[in-house]
Write a protein that binds this ligand. Structure first.
Ligand code: AMP
Ligand code: MN
Ligand code: MN
Length: 316
C-alpha cells in the first residue's frame, strides 16, 4: 500500500525537505505548513521552502518557519505538495541530488515525477488528501494543522462552492469547528481580504475585460508595468480570473499576466460546466483541473490572446 511506503520513507529519512509550486496559493501553502507541523509531531525536523509567500497567508501557524533556501545540499527525502509538474516546483534543483521524492497532489495533469506518487484527482484540494493521510499515519490533526488544511480547502473550493466539494469536506470542517478552529476567521482572512494591490489590479483588469464570441469568452490581462505601478506583492493577481467566469453567459474566462521575461505570459483559465480548460492548457504545455487550469506562453499580449482564443473558440 502506497501510504505504508510513504510512512516508511518518512520514518527512515534523517532529513526531509518540503516543496510546493511557484506562485503558491492557499492549498500549496496550507499543505506545506500542515505537512511540516505533522512531521514535527512524530519527531522529524523537516524544512519548508516557499519563495513568494503572499502576506495574507502569514497568519497560518508555522509560516514563520518557512525559508527561502534550504540549509543542506541534498536530502534523504523531498515531499512535494500540490504540484503537477517538476517545471513548476520551487526548489526543483534539490530534486536531482536528493535520494527520494514523494509527490502528493490532486491535479489530473500530474506527470508522476515522484519515486512514490500519491495523486488523487478527485480530491478538491491537496489539503483534503492530507486529512486521510494523517489519519492513516495516526498523527492527530490539532487546531494548528487543521487551520492550515482548512485554508487550503477553502482556497481550492472557492469557499466550499465548487462542484469538487465532497460530503467529507463538510464533515471534516464540522469536526474542526468542534475542535475549536475558527472557520469563519480563516474564511475571512483567506477569501474575503484583499490587499490594496490586489484591488487595484482587479480594477484595471475589469476595465479592460473584453467579452468575445457572443459573450461566451471573457478575456483580460495585467502587465508588469501595472504590477509596478500598484506596488503589487506576491499573490496579488490571485482571484482576478474568477470575475470573468461569474458574468452571465461566460463559459471560459481567460486572464493573462506578464512574467518577468517581457515576452512571456502566465495564463489562467476558468470554465463553467463541462468545458475542460485543463485540456486546452495542456496543448500549451500547461495543465490543471477541468474547470481551472494554467500555462505559460511566449509572445506579445496580442499574440498570446490570439493563440488562446483560437483554441477556446473550438469548445464554447
Ligand atoms: P491558476 O490559474 O494559476 O490559479 O492555476 C489553476 C490551476 O492550474 C492550478 O491547479 C494550477 O496548479 C494549475 N496550473 C497553473 N499553471 C500551470 C502550468 N503552467 N502547468 C500546469 N498546471 C498549471
Ligand atoms: Mn495550488
Ligand atoms: Mn490545489
Amino acid at each position: 500500500m502506497t501510504l505504508d511506503n510513504i510512512l516508511e520513507e518518512i520514518k527512515n529519512a534523517e532529513n526531509i525537505l518540503i516543496l510546493t509550486h511557484e506562485s503558491p496559493d492557499g492549498d500549496a501553502i496550507g499543505s506545506s505548513l500542515a505537512m511540516n507541523l505533522a512531521l514535527k509531531q512524530i519527531g522529524k525536523k523537516p524544512e519548508v521552502i516557499i519563495r513568494e509567500f503572499p502576506r495574507i497567508f502569514m497568519f497560518l501557524p508555522g509560516s514563520e518557519e518557512v525559508k527561502l533556501e534550504a540549509s543542506k545540499k541534498n536530502y534523504d527525502l523531498i515531499i512535494s505538495l500540490d504540484c503537477a509538474d517538476l517545471k513548476r516546483l520551487v526548489g526543483r534543483e534539490y530534486v536531482e541530488i536528493s535520494k527520494k521524492v514523494i509527490n502528493i497532489d490532486h491535479h489530473g495533469s500530474n506527470v508522476m515525477y515522484g519515486d512514490i506518487n500519491f495523486v488523487n484527482p478527485v480530491a478538491p484540494a491537496c489539503c483534503e488528501i492530507l486529512v486521510g493521510m494523517l489519519d492513516y499515519f495516526d498523527i492527530p490533526i490539532n487546531v494548528e494543522i487543521g487551520s492550515c488544511i482548512l485554508a487550503g480547502i477553502i482556497t481550492d473550493t472557492g469557499g466550499f462552492k465548487y462542484s469538487s466539494v465532497t460530503a467529507e469536506t463538510f464533515e471534516f470542517t464540522a469536526e474542526l469547528l468542534r475542535k475549536g478552529v475558527n472557520v469563519s476567521d480563516i474564511y475571512k482572512k483567506v477569501l474575503e481580504t484583499r490587499t490594496k494591490g490586489n484591488f487595484e489590479l482587479l480594477r484595471r483588469s475589469i476595465n479592460r475585460l473584453e467579452l468575445i464570441e457572443d459573450g461566451k469568452i471573457a478575456f483580460t490581462y495585467i502587465t508588469k508595468k501595472d504590477e509596478e505601478e500598484v506596488n503589487a506583492e506576491p499573490g496579488d493577481h490571485e482571484g482576478i480570473v474568477e470575475n470573468g467566469r461569474s458574468i452571465e453567459g461566460v463559459k471560459v474566462s481567460i486572464f493573462i499576466r506578464q512574467k518577468d521575461e517581457e515576452n512571456a505570459y502566465k495564463v489562467s483559465m476558468r470554465s463553467n460546466g463541462n468545458i475542460n480548460v485543463s485540456d486546452i492548457c495542456y496543448r500549451f504545455g500547461g495543465g490543471g483541473h477541468p474547470n481551472a487550469a494554467g500555462a505559460l506562453i511566449q509572445g506579445t499580449i496580442e499574440e498570446v490572446k490570439e493563440k488562446l482564443i483560437k483554441e477556446v473558440k473550438k469548445v464554447v
